[in-house]
Design a protein around this ligand. Structure first.
Ligand code: UD1
Ligand code: MG
Length: 431
């Protein structure tokens, strides 16, 4: 492959995934907050491939809706196998150019890393091969295509599990399902495929034997990380992949100077940034795109939902749920609270059992709590509501909607009414 040659990715996502036992296409099942297909598309993009095709089939409209404008969807009318799936893309003019290479990757291998895909492309370029495939040596190769080599170690074929002889089944080097091919030779080989196998499918993997027979150069990259090659064909496979995915994220977070007391019961999603010396206590769930500052204490038993922003030195404790909110420096939300659609400033104390009633059955409303406010135990804030600087609500107060509690005011009761006004910035007592 020359430096000026074009590279496109073809992601196979047409299969029903019978073994998932689901109404949804397999590749739309989520690993963390993203469908498997989303992980594969992100990986391909991060590896530097700009042009992407996604082959759709079973409930293809759902897959196309998810893909949106990120890739061109190509329908596979009948699901006749992985070779037939790639063949559908041959109608695209881009594929017919003489200088096009194709990265084929399966939508059910979401743990392959961008580094591995980039290494595969790099090896294809370096070796000037017509096919470069990704292999892995695994302790249990069951279910995967086995890589067949001749006595000199040259790759001659891939044999699928159902078609393998007992002696071939013992081979531990397997096909991961990511390859780079020169497009014209690939499509010529697919055209000649026969469904002469147990499943009566057109196997993409049979192309390897065609290339070997034509003496086309075939290279490979072997991944050392056996986790990343996992192909997900069942819900049990998804559970296994999720455990690996979660461990990878937590290892990265820990390396960044965060203490995760019990990784086994901590769920942290992708795209979460956590500052140094923050401690995450057990049974905590932190969703995607959350930012947490330095020196915070989060959990045990708390749920920080997607998109929240938590500043430095914040404490969020038992049974607190924080949703679409920003929490200022040094603020404490230590026990049994729901904080939704709120902008909470620094040094605020949220008493045990405080609930923000942000949803009126139709719309969600905002709450603003300013610096140094003290929200008494069991307060209900019916949004939209604003609590001023160093203002105080008494235990069990219900602050009705559209109420503005002014700076330093102390309000109590149901509905909350003014009790007095505290003087000075330090008059608000902290527990
Ligand atoms: C496939 C490989 C196997 C490899 C394994 C890695 C083939 C024949 N076998 O087996 O060598 O070790 O992946 O995980 O390629 N798909 C379509 N259209 C079809 C059939 C499948 O788009 O007609 C898609 C599926 O949605 C899936 C991918 O291709 O994303 C792979 O298909 P799957 O049925 O999972 O193949 P495996 O049995 O896992
Ligand atoms: Mg599979």
């Amino acid at each position: 492959m020359n430096i000026s040659d074009q590279l496109a990715a073809v992601i196979l996502a047409a299969g029903q995934g019978t073994r998932m036992n689901s109404q949804r296409p397999k590749v739309l099942h989520k690993l963390g907050s993203k469908p498997m297909l989303g992980h594969v598309m992100d990986t391909v993009t991060a590896a530097g491939v700009r042009q992407m095709f996604v082959v759709t089939g079973f409930r293809g409209e759902l897959v196309a809706e998810y893909v949106g404008a990120r890739a061109r969807c190509v329908p596979q009318p009948n699901l006749l196998g992985t070779g037939d799936a790639v063949w559908q893309v041959n109608a695209e003019p881009f594929m017919q150019r003489g200088d096009t290479h194709v990265l084929v990757i399966y939508g059910d291998t979401p743990l392959i890393t961008p580094q591995t895909v980039a290494a595969l492309i790099e090896e294809h370029r370096r070796s000037n091969s017509l096919c470069t495939l990704l292999s892995a040596v695994v302790p249990d190769p069951t279910g995967y295509g086995r890589i067949i080599r001749d006595e000199r170690g040259k790759i001659t074929a891939i044999v699928e599990e159902q078609d393998a002889q007992p002696i071939q089944k013992a081979i531990q080097e397997v096909n991961v399902g990511a390859y780079v091919f020169k497009a014209q030779e690939l499509f010529a080989a697919i055209q000649g495929l026969k469904p002469a196998n147990v499943k009566k499918e057109y196997y993409l993997t049979d192309v390897i034997a065609v290339f070997a027979r034509n003496a086309y150069p075939i290279s490979h990259v072997r991944t050392e990380d056996v986790d990343e090659m996992l192909g997900i064909n069942s819900r049990a496979g998804l559970v296994k992949a999720f455990a690996i995915y979660r461990r990878r994220i937590i290892e990265k977070i820990i390396a960044g100077g965060v203490t995760v007391v019990d990784p086994h019961t901590t769920y942290i999603d992708d795209e979460v940034r956590i500052g140094q010396d923050t401690v995450i206590y057990p049974l905590t769930v932190i969703e995607r795109d959350v930012e947490i500052g330095q020196g915070c204490a989060i959990g045990p038993f708390c749920h920080v939902r997607a998109g929240c922003r938590i500043a430095d030195n914040v404490s969020i404790g038992n049974f607190a749920e924080i949703n679409r909110s920003a929490i200022g420096k040094g603020t404490r939300i230590k026990h049994q609270s729901y904080i939704g659609d709120a902008q909470i400033a620094a040094a605020v104390n949220i008493g045990a059992g405080t609930i923000i009633a942000n949803y009126d059955g139709k719309n969600k409303h905002k709450t603003v709590i300013e610096t140094g406010a003290f929200i008494g135990t069991g307060t209900i804030l019916v949004a939209p509501v604003k609590i001023g600087k160093a203002a105080v609500t008494g235990a069990g107060a219900v602050v009705p909607k559209n109420k503005k509690v002014e700076d330093h005011q102390v309000v109590v009761g149901i509905p909350a009414r003014l009790l007095r006004k505290n003087e000075g910035p330090d008059s608000c007592k902290k527990s």
